[in-house]
Design a protein around this ligand. Structure first.
Ligand code: ATP
Ligand code: MN
Length: 464
């Protein structure tokens, strides 16, 4: 038989079969009549209890047990029996122990006690061995898979968009430049920079969004999505921003803003439902240790439609608020995170879709409303941290789009290929971007975005 994961072992009947299990020791407890090793292999949250009879002093087993401290990797031989302990159906009546790799307790940083998330961030290479980060990794994996399931089940095609781009100023955020020029030598020589000599013959950047590229495939395949890394050099040291994060961007031909709002709602609900069903053990852990009431609050989202509100109405709601904000809400300024939190937590008590924002702080490609002042943008806001999705109906009229590009002083020539989509067979179309790590904050209840990606990248942070 192939060696089962511990998750698979938990599903077996306690029929006394003999087996070998492998994993890492979480705890060792020595009682009068027995020695208990709890091991974990990452396949699920729960540890498997392995019970040894107290070994004879000086025996090989006694020597192995002495080395099997927290963090050691082990192979344990025994038989699968019913467990008298509560909360677990099976345990291993162990007879053999091999310590594969020791983890000396005087130097191993992860001991049995609870460690702070700050401390664990400093040992990002070891933190997946903790309950919290193991659970985050499993939920992250399940959600990534669910994203593909959701779109594939609905006839969307997955499109790979480039990470290196020369379309500057998409308006989504500051960009990281990509160059092979020898900056040090250029600085010393005092000459100016000649991008003609750079790798691509012009300035190039890491993408802030796959949207413009995915629109080209939308205008041929109808329903498409991208799911990949994006990069923003914004110097915002917040618990909601990373410099490198993953984004899911669906784009649908012939969809108008209300269709886009419905798609976003159906998508979020599908992901929450999947998490509640398939990550129940991990979510229960987050509920107990990280965010009280998490499971109930996620479940309650499934039962009712998302609230809708225009930006103008949102500003009016904020003006009525008895709460004092750090930034005064004013028509014409973007909503701050404190405003978004207030609207979702205090006004609607759940997710909220805000639409029709002033054009000034939204991107050039968003469709202009008839009022000439607002655009068909939508942000999906959730309790605890605010924006989780940003999207819009796109401007499909060539003349309007050209006017916006000129108004904003952008260079028409870099967008000529994008404008062709409006010149030839243009259609109404809409899409949005879901920040994958924002979704994970929402689903796990974790408070800091640096704790829901394996290796966070942020200002002055690129270790590991
Ligand atoms: P915010 O106002 O929160 O900075 P944004 O308006 O810049 O967000 P968009 O440009 O609309 O965001 O990007 C789409 C989505 O990508 C956002 O709704 C959010 O979920 C996610 N996102 C944006 N910036 C970041 C970031 N720096 N780190 C992680 N996720 C991000
Ligand atoms: Mn931003």
């Amino acid at each position: 038989m192939k060696r089962p994961t511990l998750k698979e072992v938990f599903e077996l009947e306690p029929d006394g079969r003999s087996l070998v299990v492998k994993g890492w020791v979480r705890t060792k407890r020595e009682a009068k009549a027995a020695v208990f090793l709890e091991i974990n292999d990452g396949s699920r949250l729960a540890n498997l209890q392995c019970v040894f009879e107290v070994p004879q002093a000086g025996s090989a087993l006694a020597a192995a047990l002495a080395k099997a401290g927290t963090g050691a990797s082990v192979a344990i031989e025994g038989s699968l029996v019913a467990s008298p302990a509560s909360g677990q159906k099976v345990e291993v009546k162990a007879v053999g122990l091999e310590v594969i790799g020791e983890a000396p307790s005087e130097s191993y940083p992860l001991q049995k006690k609870a460690h702070s998330l700050e401390f664990l961030r400093e040992i990002a290479h070891l933190r997946p061995r903790t309950n919290t980060f193991g659970a985050v990794a499993r939920v992250r994996n399940r959600m990534a898979y669910a994203i593909h399931q959701f779109f594939q089940e609905r006839g969307f095609q997955y499109v790979h968009t480039p990470l290196i781009t020369a379309s500057d100023a998409e308006g989504a955020g500051a960009m990281f430049q990509v160059t092979t020029l020898d900056l040090e030598r250029l600085a010393k020589s005092g000459q100016g920079v000649d991008y003609g000599k750079d790798f691509f013959g012009k300035p190039a950047f890491l993408t802030v969004s796959g949207q413009l590229n995915v629109e080209t495939y939308c205008q041929a395949l109808g329903r498409v999505y991208t799911f990949g890394p994006t990069f923003r050099a914004e110097n915002s040291n917040t618990t909601r921003h990373l410099s490198e994060f993953w984004m899911i961007e669906p784009e649908v031909a012939f969809n108008e803003l209300p269709d886009n709002m419905d798609l976003a709602e159906e998508f979020i609900k599908y992901l929450l439902k999947t998490a509640l069903a398939d990550c129940a053990e991990d979510l229960e852990f987050f509920d107990q240790r990280i965010q009280k009431g998490l499971v109930e609050s996620l479940g309650s989202v499934l039962d009712k439609p998302f609230a809708h509100m225009t930006y103008t109405d949102a500003i009016a709601e904020l003006a009525k608020s008895p709460e004092k904000f750090e930034f005064e809400p004013r028509w014409g300024s973007d909503l701050q995170s404190e405003h978004e939190k207030y609207l979702t937590e205090k006004v609607v008590g759940g997710p909220l879709i805000v639409t029709d924002y002033p054009k000034e702080f939204k991107s050039f490609y968003m469709k202009m409303n008839d009022d000439g002042k607002t655009v068909r943008a939508m942000d999906v806001l959730v309790p605890r941290f605010g924006e989780i999705i940003g999207g819009s109906e796109r401007e499909e009229r060539l003349d309007n789009l050209l006017r916006r590009i000129e108004e904003l002083g952008l260079d028409t020539s870099t967008y000529s290929w994008y404008l062709d989509l409006r010149r030839f067979g243009t259609t109404p179309h809409s899409g949005f971007g879901l920040g994958f790590e924002r979704l994970l904050l929402y689903v796990t209840g974790m408070a800091n975005i640096r704790d829901v990606i394996p290796f966070p990248r942020a200002p002055k942070l690129a270790d590991f």
